[in-house]
Design a protein around this ligand. Structure first.
Ligand SMILES: [Zn+2]
Length: 276
């Protein structure tokens, strides 16, 4: 059982009432949270990743069937997950951040950095390769993510990795009004040449919550971009393809037209077969 699944069960145990997301009547797989007839658990494979993640999840985010933080934990073995607490980070998270095995980075738009905070838009040239990059990702709506950032001193001390798509010149962050936004980001128009060997582009294929908001990335897509930035390209593609599988099957359990990639499962299987 991975960290997000454990956190899900814990958070569920705290709920006195059933969490009623849209589609709550669907009978869901307890692990992937898709409708049982669309369960993807048999397809799940871990990547052999050189990176680690720590997800800070806002309250009931982990209960949402559309949450994609869990996909990161599906693919990246060294993934940790925590509920955000207004007062202090958990001891476990604090220990992760200070563990010399790791170099922790906060994934956040660079424009929000404090004056003394380092901001990296690519892998730092002086990165100590003896360490495992630990990416701290806030898994929440955008409004909640900003609140967490503002109210968590320990995050303000961490160097930021601002993926180019998160760091918009004067564009600001889309969708600040909404309650149901993921980290709302917009793709740059130009293709980053460092990504050019990727067969699969990183355009957002996230149609689950707000199809009309072009350019928003789901948490798992942000994670894939960061993996790619830190040269873990196999894991980046793996996670992106897994996200596509989830996205396709998620939409299959809805009555709306499925806008996800119908070839997602075939692509994912092909990738896994060639990888192993
Ligand atoms: Zn399942």
């Amino acid at each position: 059982m991975h960290a997000v699944q454990r956190l899900f069960l814990y958070r569920q145990s705290l709920s006195t009432t059933e969490f009623r997301a849209r589609g709550y009547k669907i009978i869901r797989c307890e692990v992937c949270r898709l409708g049982v007839e669309n369960c993807i658990c048999a397809l799940r494979q871990q990547a052999n990743s050189s990176c680690a993640f720590a997800l800070i999840m806002y309250d009931n985010e982990v209960l949402k069937p559309s949450n994609t933080g869990r996909l990161i934990a599906d693919v990246i073995p060294d993934t940790h997950a925590f509920l955000w607490h207004r007062t202090q980070p958990s001891d476990e998270l604090q220990q992760l951040i200070t563990n010399p095995k790791y170099q922790a980075f906060l994934i956040f738009p660079g424009e929000y950095a404090n004056a003394q905070q380092e901001v990296h838009e690519c892998k730092p040239v002086d990165f100590d390769e003896s360490k495992t990059p630990l990416f701290i990702l806030i898994d929440a709506t955008w409004r909640q993510a900003k609140k967490i950032f503002r109210k968590s001193d320990y995050l303000a001390k961490l160097p930021i990795v601002s993926i180019p798509a998160l760091d918009l010149e004067g564009e600001g962050i889309k969708g600040e009004q909404g309650d149901t936004e993921e980290l709302a980001v917009k793709e740059r128009q130009s293709v980053d040449p460092r990504n050019s060997e990727l067969v699969y582009n990183f355009d957002s294929r996230y149609q689950m919550r707000k199809a009309e908001k072009e350019g928003q990335l789901a948490t798992a897509e942000v994670a894939a971009k960061v993996l790619n930035m830190f040269d873990d390209k196999q894991s980046a593609i793996h996670l992106d393809l897994w996200f596509d599988v989830f996205s396709y099957r998620y939409q299959q359990s809805k009555s709306q037209k499925n806008q996800a990639n119908s070839g997602a499962i075939a692509l994912y299987k092909e990738f896994i077969a060639n990888k192993l």
